[in-house]
Design a protein around this ligand. Sequence first.
Ligand code: SAT
Ligand code: MN
Length: 595
Amino acid sequence: MNVTVNNAKLNSWIKEVSALCQPEDIYICDGSKEEYDRLMGIMLANGSALPLANRPNSFHFRSDPSDVARVEDRTYISTTSQDDAGPTNNWMTPDELKNIMKGFYKGCMKGRVMYVIPFSMGPIGSPISKIGIEISDSPYVVVNMHIMTRMSPRVLELLGSDGDFIPCLHSIGAPLQEGQKDVKWPCAPIEDKYISHFPEENLIWSYGSGYGGNALLGKKCLALRIASAIARREGWMAEHMLILRLTNPEGKQYHIAAAFPSACGKTNLAMMQPSIPGWKCECVGDDIAWMKIGPDGRLYAINPENGFFGVAPGTSYETNPMAMDSIKENSIFTNCAITDAGEVWWEGMDGEPPVHAIDWKEKDWTLASTTDAAHPNARFTAPASQCPVICDDWEKPEGVPIDIFIFGGRRSTVVPLVSEALSWDHGVFLGSTAASETTAANIGSVGNLRRDPFAMKPFCGYNMGDYFQHWLDMGDKLADKAPKMFYVNWFRKDSDGKFLWPGFSDNSRILKWMCERVDGTAAAVETPIGILPQEDGLDTDGLDLSSDDMKELLRVDTDAWRQELPDIEKHFAIFGDRLPERLRVQLQEFKNRLG
Ligand code: SAT
Ligand code: MN
């Protein structure tokens, strides 16, 4: 071990884990540039990292084809009673799950270094921040954690000898026998992967995967699954939300937190550059929001992360120029294609596609190829500080006051461009019934409709019925200081399957209407599903959109909504008596309004 650790809990945990996992060496990380460069050097030498030609200090990795996204089927919330994990989570008792996993962990780090990663989610030392220690046998995880979290010896100093932290144990599950040659992306087969959470003791155990949210345990595992359970106990919120600041031409600021499922454009919205003159957008965070009620009774949000782990395909100067500028240097890319000029490429990037590239599976790819050159869940890891529109206040310990909540998903039909909730309870109803067509961010089929309440289905660390109640309780506490709630769908298609709404920077037009609703200056019409803009109520100046398309975008198809009812009922039924009564009332009122 390179450094002496003073914290008693950490010391005994390191001993326990090393006795179980049997690593060749133990290394305490300090988050320094020297450390980053040295680990990257090792990975360059063994061929797992590839330097990029035109991006200083940036590298590309290819994962094993079986290890390309979060594995929701292999993700567990382990509580003593199954009811506490609820119907949307995989469950086993802690004893049972730990027994299985200990079998896998035994000797799993043989021939590898065990890295001890002290990190803070949220600015180091801020009262809302949480300290985690990840133990991992993956140097790729270490360099990603350098970017995605605050990793520093200051974290250990802050812990002192008796401070508490959230232990996050991770192994790729690929021990090396004497003389065995390593592969570029070691991992365990899919059926041996486990992403486990023990919210009753704030503990995370992950085994078998090196990819994204399965392995960078500060993100979904700590900042959402474990934090959501803590937040409920302590009366705050941990949500799968981007945070942005919008400033109107008069200089008035509005802060927006928006929940969309993975790979539905959170990063694009978080960094959006408004197409409407005089409006300005700044990014506070693109994926996770921790929110507490402040001394003035309003809800304040911080972004606990330090970087972006964004979907690469589809990202371009057209769709997200600020993301493109964020990844010019000091970035890690995973599962993209590499051009003959030694640069990353992915579907949807600006300019002509390369004539030839090496695809994410390390095979030749040409214009004639019928497969994707980059995996649809290929990712970039980039420091948030590199975003040209990162908000000056993004690290403010007290956070920013939220005015507006947005929920949404991908729906090619039924759901209009925007609607406002009739009340807080109705907003919670909208969030709790949110549905989206599935994407490549999770292993499984793509394009199927699934209910993904508050975009938290894969990330809620306790019974989701209780989670709905927590939302209702927060509304009661916030009372007249509660943010206004909206539901959006940028993805409605016409009968030819073409997107009706241009999206991206034009989404500012929708945000503008929301701000005007907050100020009480925008007209609106009440419909059975909520409050909608009048037909000419959105600012469409300079937008090439036919009035027929606008009509279709705002159309409330009551027949189609009536057809959704059985599915909403089925969805609510799974929560049994943990479904809050107030949501039953909302459903009944919705039915009445539909007639
Ligand atoms: O792999 S992650 O879970 O970090 C990304 C996502 O699915 O949102
Ligand atoms: Mn996400």
